[in-house]
Ligand binder design. Sequence first.
Ligand SMILES: O=C(CO)[C@H](O)[C@H](O)COP(=O)(O)O
Ligand SMILES: [Fe+2]
Length: 224
Amino acid sequence: MQSTVIAPSILSANFARLGEEVDNVLKAGADWVHFDVMDNHYVPNLTIGPMVCEALRKHGVTAPIDVHLMVEPVDRIVPDFAKAGASLISFHPEASAHVHRTVQLIKSHGCQAGLVLNPATPIEVLDWVLEDLDMVLLMSVNPGFGGQSFIPSTLEKLRRVRQMIDRSGKPIRLEIDGGVKADNIAEIAAAGADTFVAGSAIFNASDYAEVIGSMKAAVSAVRG
Ligand SMILES: O=C(CO)[C@H](O)[C@H](O)COP(=O)(O)O
Ligand SMILES: [Fe+2]
């Protein structure tokens, strides 16, 4: 079983104090940094790129940086993120002409590779590539914005992808992203997720350690 990971999405951080915000969530018990890259083309929003990832590394962040690319086309930005210090790079199949090739491209640059499924993307997209992946990321909101509500049908999707991963016998992470809160994280963990992105629930809280601690307690009650 994969260890539990809490990955705060810096989309909801105060960008004017980004280094300090990342230091504070890591000090508060976060495991990874979730880094949302939006291009105002694949999704209707525009955020941050490799220079900001590199700046976090130069600032002293050593935790894994989990880059979620909402960018089309995806391939040409992959080497830049690897060079900037990304640990994992995940992308949407709709944004790649050749999904298997993009997975190999990410790995050839020394990063772990993840595939991201939107709420309406069928899980069959995993059929011929699952065993090449380090992580499957299920979106529980439509990508583009933080602060949206968790789409309940994602729970059944999590259960089905959990079965696919277990059947593969490979150490593939199952990440969930969108609308994750302290009060729904237990049912999300019970459905099979091991890696939890939370943006607004963490960064909008006054006490990061308290919310991350309650998320971890709720998950460990389910996963052990
Ligand atoms: O990829 C994303 C949106 O496209 C974000 O990671 C996600 O929405 C996190 O924010 P919140 O926890 O507030 O829903
Ligand atoms: Fe994300």
